[in-house]
Design a protein around this ligand. Structure first.
Ligand code: AP5
Length: 211
């Protein structure tokens, strides 16, 4: 089964995708993590992406479509959970025209105030993509990754100016994407993301089992 998880910044897409992919032995593809790795490696894509991300804007579609389809094609026998794509109607259309079959789309939704609290307190281990939260999911030692002992950082795009831009963009993009999938054979479900991590995960698994 191939799943797409949609939702505003900070809704918990990455958190839930990591848990579900581990639980069900699926491949987790996070376009945000791929871009951050590209920036860390200072690759050509990383050099394109950095300014867009730091301003809260979308990387051009041609770059993102190639990045995603190349990654999918490297793992064409494994069930996939995609987090971070599509981000607009054009990306959804291109994915639908590809050979990749989407079975289920789950849209997380949450209030903007909850998003801001989640993103403001988020700390990340950039090399692995592991995510913490100062209040909701603190590391064992403040500021330190539990597994590697390396420093945690705040993402450059997790400041209130850029969060506002990311939210504005998301709200303008989600309706056409939702309409697209709801008018297609793909199953589309919405999931309230404001509960605890464990309760959202439980609902997520129940949705998968019902599909
Ligand atoms: P991306 O990394 O995908 O950012 P995003 O969509 O803004 O989502 P986030 O990673 O901020 O949040 P999340 O929903 O994964 O939340 P998380 O689980 O971490 O993309 C970054 C940028 O890359 C984009 O802005 C864009 O520039 C570019 N980009 C990416 N894909 C693109 C594409 N397809 N096209 C063009 N550009 C693209 O959780 C957040 C925090 O809350 C964490 O601290 C976590 O511990 C905590 N938390 C999670 N769940 C709960 C819970 N239930 N209760 C309490 N706390 C929780």
């Amino acid at each position: 089964m191939n799943i797409i998880i949609l939702g505003p910044p900070g809704a918990g897409k990455g958190t839930q995708s990591k848990l579900i992919s581990q639980q069900l032995s699926m491949l987790h593809i996070s376009t945000g993590d791929m871009l951050r790795q590209a920036i860390a490696q200072q690759s050509a894509i990383g050099q394109i992406a950095e300014q867009y991300i730091n301003e809260g804007n979308l990387i051009p579609d041609d770059v993102m479509v190639k990045l995603l389809l190349d990654k999918i094609n490297q793992h064409n026998n494994q069930s996939v959970i995609i987090d971070g794509f599509p981000r607009n109607l054009h990306q959804a259309e291109v994915l639908a025209e590809s050979e990749f079959v989407v079975d289920l789309v789950i849209e997380l939704y949450s209030e903007d105030e909850d998003i801001i609290e989640r993103l403001s307190g988020r700390r990340v281990h950039l090399a692995s993509g592991r995510t913490y939260h100062s209040k909701f999911k603190p590391p064992l030692v403040d500021g330190i990754d539990d597994l590697t002992g390396e420093a945690l950082v705040q993402r450059d795009d997790d400041n209130i100016r850029v969060i506002s831009q990311r939210l504005k963009l998301y709200h303008s993009m989600i309706r056409p994407i939702r309409d697209f999938y709801q008018n297609s054979p793909v199953t589309y479900k919405r999931l309230q993301a404001s509960g605890s991590v464990a309760s959202v995960q439980q609902c997520f698994v129940e949705m998968l089992q019902a599909n």
